[in-house]
Design a protein around this ligand. Structure first.
Ligand code: NAI
Length: 347
């Protein structure tokens, strides 16, 4: 009998266990699920494994990479698209990394629109009122999306689907992308122009060293008074303290956040009945015009199935063929335009 591929699965949730056990029906993998995140304190749990499977908030720095290699791990399998939590530059030439480049761009784009509609039509307020048999409409006045200008930052898979949804609402779409898509019919503008012209701004680009805190006190000043910010991308694109200040001085009309820059110790956990130590998050949540969901945009049945199937297939192909078309490598990604369709291994 062929030996099974051993996977240490970090930050495992019940829905992960269900979808990965289903994807492993051929019993090709021996999966050890750990509730804890991968970090300098926990990497030793992976000793004897071939693969670590991780998600958005596992921390893979130099120490963790060295520790994993010493423990015999050959592959880091991200069960997500983004890899800002992995030191890919340090990993290059040492350990291979694969990701799931797309699992359901519709899930994230639709969640962004759900947040926007909830916020501007005050659905979150109305839901609580009618549960308490309060049928008053005072304070629930919203505004039409039709005719409004939306600025989309990042026009990849998710951004483009979101643009299509916005066009369905009769909105004017302008966009900024570091690598604009040719012949896409999208109206690209500079970031400056996007800040100045947009009634609503939605973020769909990866987090990089370059765009960390692209929303800060300076850029907020350039935005239209009452602008609505939507972030379903990565928390650190927005400076949270600057956002709070912008809300307090009424420059920002509303914020819908599925991601938060300090989310890793809080999101995905139940803190009801506890005191949350993060004052910035607590103040944001206390604002009537801020909606927070805890990195939930990806969470649909379709996405979970695709994540599990693609991750398992990435691992199988990597060990059978020694390479995988979903490999993430510093050499290729720093160019920004690599299709990652390697004929050979990245290193
Ligand atoms: P994608 O790779 O298809 O598109 C990203 C786009 O951003 C590309 O067009 C790229 O050229 C552009 N871009 C790169 N650097 C940029 C910069 N500095 N400024 C502006 N644009 C830039 O990625 P996809 O699948 O559309 O995902 C977008 C982001 O959504 C991911 O990076 C991730 O952070 C986030 N995401 C969030 C999820 C959630 O559950 N909240 C789930 C999945 C992804």
């Amino acid at each position: 009998m062929e030996e099974k591929i051993r996977i240490s699965f970090f930050d495992a949730k019940e829905y992960d266990k269900d979808s990965f056990n289903l994807a492993n029906t051929d019993d090709m993998f021996e999966i050890k699920f750990f509730d804890t995140k991968l970090s300098e304190d926990t990497y030793k749990l992976a000793a004897g494994s071939d693969v670590v499977c991780i998600f958005v908030n596992d921390e893979v720095n130099k120490e963790v990479i060295d520790g994993l290699i010493q423990s015999g791990v050959k592959l880091i399998a991200l069960r997500c698209a983004g890899y800002n939590n992995v030191d890919i530059e340090y990993a290059f030439g040492k350990i291979h990394i694969v990701n799931v480049p797309a699992y359901s761009p519709y899930a994230v784009a639709e969640h962004a629109m759900a947040l926007l509609l909830t916020s501007i039509r005050r659905i979150h307020k109305a839901y609580i009122r009618t549960k308490d048999f309060n049928f008053s409409l005072n304070g629930l006045t919203g505004f039409d999306l039709h005719g409004k200008t939306i600025g989309v930052v990042g026009t990849g898979k998710i951004g483009r689907i979101f643009i299509d949804i916005c066009r369905g609402f009769g909105m004017h779409v302008i966009a900024y992308d570091k690598f604009p898509a040719q012949d896409s019919g999208i109206t690209y503008v500079t970031l400056e122009e996007l800040w100045e012209r947009s009634d609503i701004i939605s973020f769909h680009c990866p987090l990089t060293d370059e765009n960390k805190h692209m929303v800060n006190s300076d850029t907020i000043k350039k935005m239209k008074k009452g602008v609505v910010l939507l972030n379903t991308s990565r928390g650190a694109l927005i400076d949270s303290e600057a956002l709070l200040e912008g809300i307090k001085i009424r420059q920002i009309g509303a914020a819908c956040l599925d991601v938060y820059e300090e989310e890793s110790d809080v999101f995905f956990h139940d803190f009801s009945g506890h005191i949350v130590a993060d004052d910035t998050l607590a103040r944001l949540i206390s604002m009537p015009n801020v909606i927070v969901t805890s990195h939930q945009a990806f969470l649909t049945k379709e996405a979970l199935t695709n994540i599990a199937d693609t991750t398992c297939s990435n691992i199988e192909i990597f060990f059978k063929e020694g390479r995988c078309s979903n490999e993430v490598c510093y050499k290729c990604t720093k160019l920004g335009n690599c299709k990652q369709e390697h004929k050979e291994k990245c290193f």
